[in-house]
Design a protein around this ligand. Structure first.
Ligand code: SF4
Length: 423
């Protein structure tokens, strides 16, 4: 079975055999029952260009950042006027490079605090954002959790993936974040990098544990030829590790962290005991602000335009910027729930039964197979994945991401004004 067909099977399970995921131009913004909702804020500016990156980003320009911050503030006001004073358990700033908001960060977080009841603010960072002034600005802006993209401490591997950062900058940034009093610090690392040896991976993990971070997230660099990363590797004539090497590396990571008391909180994240979890994706409902941001609310999934000009035009009309919309029926909503519980490596059995009451439902059978095949066990009201189960789930999710999500991003970037996108 090819990897592409794994992705297709997952997609067929989610959308149904005959159907595709179809996004069409958004009409009215749906009315939402007053509820807790998470927020995602997209800041698309970057000073560099990472060749493997599929996200919506623009070259940094100070004036444009200031104008963009004004747009975010306007969108916050429109949201608050529409839905009232929401309780917001978390706000996640992603990008791009959200720290490039600079002094405007405080204006945006200040408006969020004025209009909503916000519990926590998390932000992803590049090492270059972690100088003393940058870290102080985060604390002043109310940021409580941070995540730094380290990827590796090996200069040759960093070079292979086009990261120009030096190891001393990485280490100084990590030390500063660990000592700055944030409620949680996550470090993003990478495995299955082209040319990466097991010795290098081990050295990287030992170093990141010594850095004193609360959570380590180990993303695989995995590509299809049509992705940005795939094209970059082809240009540089770099070979990806084989599936067997990937399996060995994954097993190493799982054993390395669990032996040190870290708990798996997703198929690729490991949390130090007692530390708060850092996550950007496993929210049951969230509203995205900013160009290219996604929103998931009961029954609805939509994206803002992947273009700042179109984003501004929407806001100029006094409405939220939702642009491409997909209905999420009960079947898809239940599957979405299960997808993220598997991603978290634990599926509550009560929730599973409530969403899939028929014992012969394919998802119930799949969960039964997971335990029967020794990929997980029942424990404390959950089905918990073990190392073997987590490996196959991470592989399937990685392919699903590339097949569906990256494809959507690529098409949206190619034609932000498209009337319909099918994937
Ligand atoms: S990986 Fe991050 S910093 Fe690099 S281009 Fe993408 S969004 Fe920008």
């Amino acid at each position: 079975m090819t990897m592409g067909s794994i992705a297709r099977i997952i997609r067929n399970l989610l959308a149904g055999k005959e159907s595709t995921f179809t996004f069409t131009r958004m009409g009215e913004i749906p009315v939402m029952e007053r509820a807790d909702v998470h927020l995602y804020v997209h800041v698309p500016f970057c000073k560099g260009h990472c060749p493997y990156c599929p996200y919506y980003k623009l070259p940094f320009d100070q004036d444009q950042v200031k104008r963009y911050a004004n747009l975010l503030i306007r969108e916050i006001d429109i949201l608050a006027d529409l839905y009232g004073r929401l309780r917001v358990p978390s706000v996640y700033f992603g990008g791009g490079t959200p720290a490039l908001l600079g002094d405007d960060l405080g204006r945006v977080t200040g408006r969020l605090a004025d209009r909503f009841d916000v519990d926590a603010i998390a932000m992803e960072l590049r090492p270059e954002n972690c100088d003393p002034e940058g870290v102080a600005r985060l604390a002043d802006g109310g940021v409580t959790q941070v995540s730094m993209g380290v990827q590796s401490f090996q200069p040759d591997l960093l070079q292979n993936i086009g990261r120009g950062v030096t190891v001393p900058v990485l280490e100084e940034g990590l030390a500063r974040l660990a000592g700055a009093g944030f409620k949680g610090v996550n470090a993003d690392m990478m495995f299955v990098l082209p040319g990466q040896t097991m010795g290098q991976l081990k050295a990287d993990m030992e170093r990141i544990v010594l850095a004193g971070v609360d959570q380590v997230t180990c993303y695989p660099l995995f590509t299809f030829p049509y992705t940005a990363a795939g094209r970059h590797l082809e240009r540089k004539r770099l070979q990806m590790p084989s599936l067997g090497e990937r399996h060995d590396q994954y097993r190493f990571l799982w054993d390395f962290f669990t032996a040190r008391g870290y708990a798996p909180t997703s198929v690729w994240s490991f949390l130090r005991p007692g530390a708060p979890r850092f996550s950007s994706v496993t929210r049951d409902s969230y509203i995205g602000l900013g160009a290219g941001a996604a929103t998931y609310l009961p029954g609805h999934f939509w994206f803002n335009p992947f273009d700042v000009g179109l984003y501004r035009n929407r806001l100029d009309r006094g409405r939220l910027a939702g642009n491409m919309h997909m209905n999420v029926g009960p079947r898809l909503s239940d599957l979405y729930w299960l997808y993220w519980r598997l991603y978290e490596t634990r599926v509550p059995t009560d929730g599973l039964r409530a969403r899939f009451p028929d014992r012969t439902h394919p998802m119930r059978l799949m969960m039964g197979a997971i335990t029967a095949l020794g990929m997980g066990r029942r424990e404390d009201g959950h089905i918990r994945l073990n190392r073997k189960g987590a490996f196959w789930v991470h592989l399937a999710q990685n392919h699903f991401m590339l097949d569906c999500i990256d494809t959507f991003w690529t098409r949206s970037l190619d034609n932000p004004a498209a009337a319909e996108i099918r994937i």
